[in-house]
Design a protein around this ligand. Sequence first.
Ligand code: SF4
Length: 441
Amino acid sequence: MKKVFIETMGCQMNKSDTERMLGMLSNFGYEETKEPKKADLLMINTCSIRQLSEDKAFSMIGTWGKWKEEGKDIKIGFCGCVAQQKAETIFKRARYVDFVLGTHKIYSLPDIIKRVNNGEKVCECEETNTTEDDKASEYKINRVKSVNAWIPITEGCNNFCTYCIVPYTRGRERSRQPEVILKEAKDALSQGFKEITLLGQNVDSYGKDFKDKNYRLAQLLQDVNNLEGNFRIRFVTSYPTDITDELIETVVKLDKVCEYFHIPMQSGSSEVLKKMNRRYDRETYAKIVEKVRKMVPDVTITSDFIAGFPGETEEQFEETLTAIDEFELDYSNTAAYSPREKTVAAKWVDKYIDEDTKTERLARLNEKVRENCLKSNQKFVGREMEVLIENFENHKGQNIITGRTRNNKIVHIPCNKDLTGEFVNVKITGLKTWYLKGELI
Ligand code: SF4
């Protein structure tokens, strides 16, 4: 068997694409290796959210290129978001690359491999407006061994936030057909996965492009919930103003759907939100979070924030810090603003915030996130909670099982038995900043 190594950068969508590519390649006699030096085929699945990640990708394939120039018989593929954006120009920057594969055409991979093995250089980066659901059904998915299976339900995004590259790399929003999603969920459950996470840049707008306007995320959740077995369902990412009352009621009503919403706010300042082209202001976000908290008991709400967006004043940045407190956000992903080619905000060069200020704001933002995570964890000490175990390891001489509650809190539990994949009841006995401590009941 030939061996393939894939380096995956960036978000869960890229990781899901890698699982699909590995599935396709297994049909052509390739098995995965974790050691690049042992591979016949080396691929990098790139992310273009930040410049740093793009630079890292070119540096990594530079090393592979050297191996090739030294005479190693290997093929090199450049895939993912940077590939979609830069297409043929990749060959100019890295002449040893054999193929460039964008995010829209991952199901062309089998054909590309044949052509590359015949000595051709191939670039497949054409944009499509379909989800390639028909092709997806032909191949198995080589999922990473875990308790959770990620299943994309939408691809692309129509929102064009002024800082974001996604609409340019993943294209316009397309919803995958429910029957394909349900089949992938059933397959994952039959392979022993205990959690299904429905994935998309904006999952709440699932189905907006269907003829049947009545089949939306709430209906899909209902159908996944109807599948047999003891498992959990999650969905990420939610766009604040697309969260409907029907969706919140569905989360409450369905036993397998977990009490967890990831609702990126991005900035606590209404003026900055306007410049970001987000379709809500601080007050609207506040109302949405309040409603979710009121309707869903014990819900965890997480968010994303950017520090140092072009033109962001100190006062506006402080509004982000107060938003995290005011809305009691349980955890937030943070990043310093990074200009991305083609996006609107990247053109506002005269408004760029200097690197030192961005770094300083990001540090303060992270400190605020840390404080709030600790506060949020305190609410659960003394409670009994159901935990799905994800991991078993020896930590500083003690055997520990680690898992998540329904509301996505990480719990560490001393235990000498590997209970990975099992649901256990736990008494929460203590906490650290990023996790809870518990004991099996
Ligand atoms: S909604 Fe999310 S993915 Fe879409 S453009 Fe905005 S930040 Fe990017």
